[in-house]
Design a protein around this ligand. Structure first.
Ligand SMILES: Nc1ncnc2c1ncn2[C@@H]1O[C@H](COP(=O)(O)OP(=O)(O)OP(=O)(O)O)[C@@H](O)[C@H]1O
Ligand SMILES: [Mg+2]
Length: 219
């Protein structure tokens, strides 16, 4: 029995968390077992690493190399502790960011050498690669507006990625475009400027077309 692995990518506020929730619900209604994850994190060790990466007061001193290794330490744990067993059990695994985020943020964004980035990713994931990656695409200006409006309803806890400068986000946007163009069979670009329900419907069409038929409804 083998499941199906879907990662969600896209810049801040592109709607990844929103769409993963909707897709998980729909897959469960259709009879699938769904494992819903986020990176960094998703395991007890990974959540501790997440705290260090995103919110620890000590993390302003973090070097790009440390960031690369911590991201992939969290990922190595997630792959072995959760993703592989879930796929072996026939689950659909939905992951909020996966290694494309490392290519884009630590490679294009922080400027680490791409061969270094790719070899660390290889150590973390091995053969465990997404069957489908949904790249939620919104312009930078929309990303900024959504981040600001979201902060309105929450305490203004900004993480270290959100504090990074605009040119960083421009490199992220360019990085996502380039990896999508290089791997169009795996990476599906979704126009995420549309209403939530419309984006969900587009995602559902892509997913339903790709899910392996034999496993469907078997659980
Ligand atoms: N299609 C949409 N149209 C308008 N607003 C949206 C849409 N999708 C999500 N939002 C809103 O934008 C904000 C960001 O959405 P969400 O948290 O799902 O994005 P995200 O990609 O998970 O962000 P992050 O990378 O920061 O985790 C939320 O306030 C959400 O309600
Ligand atoms: Mg999110």
């Amino acid at each position: 029995m083998s499941g199906f692995f879907i990662s969600f990518e896209g810049n801040e506020g592109s709607g990844k968390s929103t769409q993963i929730g909707l897709l998980a619900e729909r897959l469960r209604r259709a009879g699938w077992s769904v494992t819903q994850l986020r990176e960094p994190g998703g395991t007890p060790i990974g959540e501790e690493i997440r705290h260090t990466l995103k919110h620890s007061s000590a993390n302003h001193a973090m070097t790009p190399e440390t960031e690369l290794l911590l991201m992939n330490a969290s990922r190595a744990q997630l792959v072995r502790e959760v993703i592989r067993p879930a796929l072996a059990g026939g689950h659909v695994v939905l992951c909020d960011r996966f290694y494309d985020s490392t290519v884009v943020y630590q490679g294009y964004g922080r400027g680490l050498p791409m061969n270094l980035v790719l070899s660390i990713i290889e150590a973390a994931v091995g053969e465990t690669r997404p069957d489908l990656t949904l790249l939620l695409d919104i312009p930078l200006a929309t990303s900024e507006l959504r981040r600001i409006s979201r902060q309105g309803s929450q305490p203004a806890v900004r993480d270290r990625f959100e504090e990074a400068e605009r040119s960083f986000f421009e490199r992220i946007e360019r990085g996502y475009r380039q990896i999508a163009a290089a791997d169009p069979r795996r990476i599906q670009v979704v126009d995420a400027t549309r209403a939530v329900a419309e984006v969900h419907e587009a995602i559902w069409q892509w997913v339903a077309a790709r899910l392996p038929a034999p496993a469907r409804g078997a659980r």
